[in-house]
Design a protein around this ligand. Sequence first.
Ligand code: SF4
Length: 331
Amino acid sequence: MKPFRYVRARTVEEATAAHGGRPDARYLGGGTNLVDLMKLGVEQPGTLVAVQDLPLDTVEELPDGSLRVGATVSNSDLAAHPLARGRYPVLSQALLAGASGQLRNMATTGGNLLQRTRCPYFQDTGKPCNKREPGSGCGARDGVHRDHAVLGHSPQCIATHPSDMAVALAALDAQVELHGSAGARTLPAADFHRLPGDRPERDTEIEPGELITGVLLPPTTAGLPSAYRKARDRASYAFALASVAVVLDVRDGVVRDVRIAFGGLAHRPWRALRAEQALVNGPATDDAFRRAVDAELADAAPLRDNAFKVPLARNVACDVLRRLAGAPTAS
Ligand code: SF4
């Protein structure tokens, strides 16, 4: 392993100063993805800034009813938190659908958002990969790509984002809090990750040196019926072939509010705005759900071996919508 400088930061300012926006500096949270990539030689940081000691390990309710989740809150703690479970069940379910118990105990909220794709070509330094080494080609496009994207991919990259949590955050209209040399800012979780375009090496809209300090869950989606469903090759410890996070408010048989995000289909959580627009103020019927989801997936461009993802995503989404439409609505 290549030697690196290790800094254990105590404050956000200390952490961002130690990082300094250098291309070879990395923040280290639980290390459940970064350390693996270092062992594989995919990541070779010159500086690691450990952020576990930062005062970002709490879940707190804000005066406006939002829930603020610190960036170092573990995935296990967030999934089990009474306010997260009670108000945002889709988030708790998504977290519990990810990884394994041991990994969730280590993985952090901020780190979960920053995890890299599990595309096998990305993880193998002997293979071409535009994300790992821009300009080297995409091994997956004509290679093994059953798990890869069907929406929003580009000639340069067809990878999917692996996070379950991020899909729930996109559906909940969460915000990501960032802190950098220019100060603090927030980004909608649905816009935090990028499509690959011709810059697949960039996973997110984060600026060099910016640190994720937390996630804000809004009061607008609190208490509404919501659910996360994940289709995968085995019952646990597997990434999504297709997943869906749904928040649905139905009254008197009419859809008052709906938010849908897909996972496993694209380079980022895929917020299904077209389906949402088709459903809102319309009847909460099987027919309407199917037409709306089909409209959303009409632009899918499957690859040689992953066309099955389109009907899989449709069936999973329609089933979750149907079940939630029969759930009691919060007053
Ligand atoms: Fe690399 Fe993306 Fe192609 Fe995978 S899909 S080999 S991550 S460029």
